[in-house]
Write a protein that binds this ligand. Structure first.
Ligand code: BGC
Length: 765
């Protein structure tokens, strides 16, 4: 026995010692490693022809090398066309591929496809450079069949939980790598300042600080400490820049962003993410102040690469060189557009249907219109990323290695994430519902996995039902599981915009104790998600209006990725849950909140407007909210940014500042007691905002600077401390530079934006 124990210990030591040693060695070799990569890249570059170099700058879509039609022919088994492979990967030396074959392959099928491409690149090109394969894993590895489909980012944002965001990054990376995909076009770190924007659901919301905190955590989870790890991927930040701010709220439209606003609101998430090691950035298809981002040298080179020191590579969005000609009309033809973009600082062109940009690039260099130095810079950046992520060692993965892929364990993590995002917006002593009640479930979103997942779910638009996992529960399924089949009646009521059987639903309401009405947004991505009206479609509102006449309590469940206006129906219902697009476990999470197994803890990551003509982000100026009577209370959203209820109650007391002044270089400690005054455990998000009282550029009414999500048992009190310093007080001044000015500041702290405690302090410079 003893002998055995000793042996075991020796064995463990033998395992641990080399691990520690190799860790120490690998840390001390970190620098060398980098030099080594520089050397390898330098050597490769010196041996490459111009054609080989520009090939590395081209990213084509997978359909371009498949048998059949390049324009997304529906398939169930994609076959790589060897002649196309030879042409694009062999002759053109294309360095990158993206996209799905039109259906979501499972991890083994992805492996089959990617292995064939990589083997060809490695065995049939002069330098054996693997391609870097990219995909949009925007809520989990959503294009890998049977993967874990997480809440869309807007839901994760509502959890205000950086740990969950980190875990989302980890799970997504793991399941993408299981499918041999090392490059993820996520996270989306656009500031969604326009609620009409159809892609708001892909973002972390409207606040630059919240976005930065969540995306930093996501990046750490996705890339880990060692980016070449075969369970990690390299992230691609999207979309640089101003995509979520279009004047008309439409996809890929023009935004008007003066430089001080760009720096104050839109740039900080990118600045932070680059510090967190993000190696690639996708440019935004929109224009800002009429200048398409793809040709904005000031943004791409001066700010991004020089000022922020971004060392990785930039990639264009889908067909965006063509978009410069067709939509933005800043170039007569593709050649002129390519030249402008590359000179502005674009490194890789996403040119889905063919490799014609390779010929164009070669010609532009040969005629001296693009200096070869610019090409070398782009290719150096791309090759460096390929080396850093270990692509030469692991051009594809062994799918069998990823035992946790699509597992119960990951589904449980997914469930936790969904449970923490859902936000309780209204509760007139109604929720949670008692067991044994008779329930009518109705509404377009109540019995659909596609509605709770949204766009980018197995297919681009997320509308195809054939890829849904039959084991996953819709809201209806989950309510039936909780309440018992005999207690639940389902009548759909409406489609997205049309009445189906509202009358029948109303008749059924008579026999129910409670009505759960699940309204929602039709799943869509990009252009198809454009809307002309923020108001919830009338047919859906009408369903609620008619149901309310039955006199039974109504719980409204909103399955939406942006705030659809509900002003007219809000007073008619007694409970409202905002589910966002909560993913594959969202049905369970909604039902568990309704029946009280989970205490809701999400808070809004955006302002929920009440009127289309009164929609502002919470960060706005005092002058913006002057009402008709000249007073400054003209901002009345339905719900404020940071709002969300719980089944328990929290009280805030003893707000204390370590001093009433803060000197530059010093720090200010803020403490507050938070107590759970209800009778069940709950999670609370403590929000800390500041406001500059007077400064040379009109200050925002408030700005989020810290938050913390805490768990409190009934009766428990926790003292929360935040530390602020000069940088938290900075703003972008008249000369477009970050500055601080001496003067008074107000601190607002609490968990309900309508009831924040406040205190002033003086900043001394
Ligand atoms: C989207 C990007 C996406 C890319 C590749 C584009 O249309 O705007 O967000 O990463 O396609 O799929």
């Amino acid at each position: 026995m003893k002998m055995l124990q000793v042996k075991k210990m020796l064995f463990i030591k033998a395992l641990i010692t080399p691990f520690i040693l190799s860790f120490v060695i690998s840390c001390s070799q970190g620098e060398k490693e980098i030099d080594n990569i520089d050397e390898k890249v330098g050597k490769l570059l010196s041996e490459m022809t111009l054609e080989e170099k520009v090939g590395q700058m081209v990213n084509i879509g997978l359909p371009a090398i498949l048998e059949g039609d390049v324009y997304y022919a529906p398939r169930d088994t994609a076959i790589i066309d060897t002649a196309k492979l030879a042409m694009y990967i062999g002759k053109y030396g294309v360095g990158s591929v993206h996209n799905t074959p039109g259906y979501p392959p499972d991890k083994d099928e992805w492996h089959r496809l990617i292995k064939q491409i990589q083997d060809y690149a490695i065995n049939n090109t002069r330098h054996s450079i693997p391609v870097i394969y990219g995909i949009d894993g925007v809520h989990g590895a959503n294009f890998v069949n049977h993967s874990t489909m997480l809440p869309q980012q807007i839901g994760l944002a509502a959890s205000w939980n950086t740990e969950l965001a980190g875990r989302a990054g980890e799970i997504t990376a793991y399941e993408l790598r299981a499918a041999s995909i090392p490059w993820n076009y996520a996270p989306v770190i656009d500031v969604a300042s326009q609620p009409l924007w159809g892609r708001m659901y892909e973002s972390f919301g409207e606040d630059p600080y919240l976005i930065s905190q969540l995306s930093n955590a996501y990046i750490m989870g996705a890339q880990g400490n060692s980016i070449s790890d075969t369970t990690k991927v390299t992230v691609c930040l999207k979309h640089y820049i101003g995509y979520g701010a279009a004047v008309n709220g439409k996809d890929r439209a023009n935004a008007l962003i003066p430089e001080n606003n760009l720096r104050q609101y839109y740039l900080p998430p990118f600045t932070a993410a680059i510090k967190y090691g993000a190696l690639t950035i996708m440019l935004s298809s929109n224009s800002v102040n009429g200048i398409p981002c793809h040709i904005n040298k000031y943004y791409l080179t001066d700010i991004l690469k020089e000022e922020l020191g971004f060392q990785g590579f930039t990639v264009s969005d889908f067909s965006d060189i063509d978009f410069l000609v067709d939509a933005h009309q800043v170039a007569h033809d593709k050649k002129e557009a390519t030249k402008q973009a590359i000179l502005a600082g674009l490194d890789m062109i996403m040119n889905p249907y063919n490799a014609d940009v390779s010929d164009i690039l070669v010609e532009l260099v040969n005629t001296g219109e693009i200096p070869v130095g610019r090409i070398d810079d782009a290719v150096r950046r791309i090759l460096q990323v390929k080396f850093k992520i270990g692509l030469f060692e692991n051009p594809y993965s062994n799918p069998d290695f990823y035992k946790d892929f699509g597992s119960e364990k990951l589904a449980e993590d997914n469930y936790k994430a969904a449970s923490e995002c859902i936000t309780l917006l209204k509760n007139e002593n109604l929720l949670p519902l008692p067991g044994g009640s008779k329930i009518l479930v109705t509404g377009v979103a109540s019995n659909s996995m596609n509605y709770i997942n949204g766009g980018w779910s197995r297919t681009f638009q997320g509308q195809d039902t054939s890829f849904n996992n039959p084991e996953k529960q819709t809201i209806l399924d989950a309510v039936i599981n909780k309440a018992g089949r005999g207690n639940v009646k389902f009548i759909q009521g409406t489609g997205y915009e049309d009445d189906i059987n509202t009358k029948k639903a109303v008749r059924a309401a008579g026999g129910a104790d409670y009505i759960i009405a699940c309204l929602g947004e039709f799943p869509a991505a990009e252009k198809p998600s454009d809307i002309d009206e923020l108001t919830m479609p009338q047919a859906q509102q009408n369903l609620v209006k008619e149901l309310a006449k039955a006199g039974k309590p109504v719980i409204l469940v909103l399955v939406e990725g942006r705030p659809r206006i509900i002003r007219d129906i809000e007073p008619l219902v007694q409970g409202i849950l905002l589910a966002y697009l909560p993913g594959d476990e969202g049905g369970r999470a909604v039902a568990d909140i309704i029946f009280g197994d989970v205490n809701p803890s999400g808070k809004l990551p955006f302002t929920y407007p009440k009127y289309t003509g009164n929609a502002l982000t919470y960060w706005h100026k005092k002058a913006d909210i002057r009402d008709k009577s000249w007073r400054f209370n003209g901002f009345y959203p339905q719900y404020e940014f940071g709002y969300g209820l719980s089944y328990t109650t929290f009280e805030y007391s003893n707000l204390e500042l370590s001093a009433d002044t803060l000197a530059a270089g010093d720090s200010l400690h803020i403490t507050i007691d938070v107590s759970n005054t209800g009778n069940q455990a709950g999670k609370e998000i403590v929000e800390l905002y500041i406001k500059d009282q007077v400064c040379s550029v009109s200050p925002d009414v408030k700005k989020l600077v810290r938050f913390r999500k805490i768990n409190l048992e009934p009766g428990e009190i926790k003292t929360i401390e935040f530390i602020l310093s000069e940088t938290d007080l900075a703003f972008v001044g008249k000369d477009n530079k970050w500055i601080t000015e001496k003067g008074y500041f107000t601190i607002f702290i609490g968990g309900d934006p309508g009831k924040l405690m406040e205190e002033n302090f003086l900043f001394l410079k």
